[in-house]
Every structure is written in C-alpha cells, then in structure tokens.
Design a protein around this ligand. Structure first.
Ligand SMILES: N[C@@H](CCC(=O)N[C@@H](CS)C(=O)NCC(=O)O)C(=O)O
Length: 226
C-alpha cells in the first residue's frame, strides 16, 4: 500500500467521470479535497485548468509533488494500486480483462460521444458539411442514440455471460459497476429515455444500496441545484 495523502480532485457536480473517482475514493476510504470547475461556465477550457489537463476534461487528480493524473480509469487504476483493499478488480487474469472490457464499453465508447465539447462542435456546424449546427432536439436524439447503443450492448453481455453476479462481475463492486453507475447517473440527470435493461437495473439496485455509490450521486455534490 502506497502512502497517498493530500489528494486534490478537480471536479464538477454532474460530471460522470468525476462520479467514478468519487465512488472509488469512497469505497477505499480515501478523501480528496475538491476544486469546483464550473463546466456550465466553460471553466474546463480556462487557461488555468488546461495547464492541469490540456484536453480540458474533468476530473483530474493531483497528489502533491506529482504530475496531475487525468482520465478517470487511469485514476481508478492508480487508486487500486495505491490502496488495494477493497479490490476494484478481480484477482484472476481473465476476470480483470472482462471488467476492463465492460468498463471500456461505457468509458471509451459511450461517454466521450455525449460530452459538452462534442455538442459544441456539432452545434457550430463545423464538419457537418451543411454549415448548420444541431439544435437542442437533435442533440437530445444524439445523446439518446449513443446511450441506448452502449447500454443495450452492455445489457446483452451482462444478461448472457456467466460471470455476472449481483454486480457486473461476481458479487462485489468492481470498476465495471463504477462506470455503469456513472453512466446511469448521467441518464438520470439528463432525463434520457433508454430501452429496458433488466440486468443493469438489477445490478444498479445493488450499487445504489451501497453508501459509497449513494454519496457520489450528482445531486449530493457541492454546486448541484437545490
Ligand atoms: N475520458 C475522460 C473523459 C473526461 C470528460 O470528458 N469529462 C467531461 C465531464 S464528465 C468533461 O470534462 N467534459 C468537458 C467538455 O466536454 O468540454 C475521463 O474518463 O476522465
């Protein structure tokens, strides 16, 4: 176990990527001092924040004396190695690959498509060929499409693969559950209608029963609307 202390987390209340880090910190009994980056005001693109994360993504984790760690999954892996208990990855090689694969479906192939910077680009009309940007209704349809695609594929895997248990992999929460809960928190906050996902709903009930997940909910963070 490494000695990590004085952690600083650059965060925003409804950021799903920040949600992942909050759950992992909670599960491992770690704390981080949060710096509020107001995404609605575009602060993730301020010169000061771009020095911490040149891609302008939230969260970033800073440990005194070390370079910032960006990318929520890299932060989860860092916390896992620094504080191995409770584990967020299975003990076996194939289990770890499965959990990382499930997590990647959401973190790599779903979430990046519906971020504010994607909306900004689509709304500007750049690259559309027509010069006309998308409006609010088209953005909602875009979000609904990508959330539904990612979650339907995940549901198919979770419903049919033998390693699914109370949680995505077995009966303890792993990084896959953290990523799933982060996406479901966005679905809720953004009021997106998704197709029925019975296995995901069952797993989410187990996640939501845990204090570590409940405390990370967007509505409970500083800056959330009252
Ligand atoms: N792959 C990154 C994604 C980071 C990211 O895009 N975060 C969102 C908030 S959940 C963000 O900062 N978006 C700002 C923008 O798109 O301008 C991670 O997992 O940390």
């Amino acid at each position: 176990m490494a000695d990590i202390s004085g952690l600083e987390l650059y965060a925003f209340w409804r950021s799903s990527a920040t949600f992942r880090v909050r759950v992992a910190l909670n599960l491992k009994g770690l704390t981080a001092h949060e710096h509020f980056i107001n995404m609605d005001a575009g602060e993730q693109r301020s010169a000061a924040y771009l020095k911490i994360n040149p891609l302008g993504g939230i969260p970033s984790l800073v440990e005194p004396g070390h370079a910032p760690i960006t990318q929520s999954l890299a932060i989860l892996e860092f916390l896992e190695e620094a504080q191995p208990t409770p584990p967020l990855l299975p003990s076996d090689l194939h289990g770890r690959a499965r959990v990382r694969s499930l997590a990647g479906m959401l973190v790599s192939d779903t979430h990046p498509l519906i971020t504010p910077r994607v909306r900004k680009q689509l709304a500007s009309g750049n690259g559309s060929g027509s010069g006309n940007g998308i409006d609010d209704a088209a953005w909602k349809a875009w979000q609904t499409h990508w959330f539904s695609t990612g979650l339907a594929a995940l549901e198919q895997r979770l419903a049919t693969e033998a390693d699914t248990g109370d949680f995505c992999h077995g009966d303890q929460p792993t990084m896959a559950d953290i990523c799933l809960a982060s996406i479901m928190s966005m679905v809720q906050v953004l009021k997106i209608s998704i197709p029925a996902t019975r296995t995901i709903d069952r797993i989410m009930a187990h996640c939501n029963a845990l204090d570590a997940f409940a405390r990370a909910q967007p509505a409970r963070q500083a800056g959330a609307p009252a």
